[in-house]
Design a protein. Structure first.
Length: 195
């Protein structure tokens, strides 16, 4: 049975903790393939996202060097809001024998029961959750008892896309926070700079 990892996000921009989570998923879950999905129109984001083409290009730069990893643009090609459940259902239809593993940070798991059609997601995939140092256990909303979960072991990595965008807006150096190819792309395309 194929073990297929699914890792979605805005990736605005992708940073080193995203790459570390992808690598942990590949290794700890013994994935045959990891699909990375830069989101299209994110239903839950109040701020505007960087253009899809830029986020896709940065995701390819960030994750392109990982083995067995494919950056998939289907969510960006989909019209209307992007929902994880739709992507999982499509993958299951394409590969009915595959076992799906949905990778996420603990910060996302806190809000899982607010995701669109989250009950159906639980029937489609195992939730693979990486601890985040900025998430306190008291914040945690318990996952439903029927959830199949796996904990991913990751070193403490406080990086967040919000922090990276704020640093770039101030003109700070972000080397070490984003992969080198992503840093070069951000610089050459003048992304995240204050007006």
């Amino acid at each position: 049975m194929t073990r297929l990892g699914v890792f979605g996000g805005a990736f605005d921009p992708p940073h080193v903790a995203h790459v570390a989570l992808a690598r942990a998923g590949l290794e700890q879950l013994a994935l045959d393939e990891l699909r990375v999905f830069p989101t299209g129109k994110a239903w839950h984001k109040s701020r505007g996202l960087t253009p899809a083409a830029d986020r896709l290009a940065m995701a390819r730069l960030a994750f392109g060097g990982l083995p067995r990893t494919v950056v998939d643009d289907r969510e960006q090609r989909r019209s209307g809001p992007t929902y994880t459940v739709d992507t999982l259902a499509e993958l299951q239809a394409e590969q009915p024998q595959a076992q799906l593993f949905l990778l996420m940070g603990e910060d996302q798991a806190l809000w899982f029961t607010r995701w669109h059609d989250w009950q159906r997601i639980l029937g489609l995939a195992t939730l693979c959750i990486a601890a985040r140092p900025d998430v306190r256990p008291a914040d945690a909303a318990p996952l439903p008892p029927q959830a199949r979960t796996v904990s991913l072991q990751l070193p403490a990595m406080p990086e967040s896309a919000t922090d990276v965008r704020q640093r770039l807006g101030r003109g700070d150096d972000v080397s070490g926070l984003v992969p080198p190819g992503v840093a070069r792309y951000i610089d050459s395309h003048h992304l995240y700079r204050s007006a």
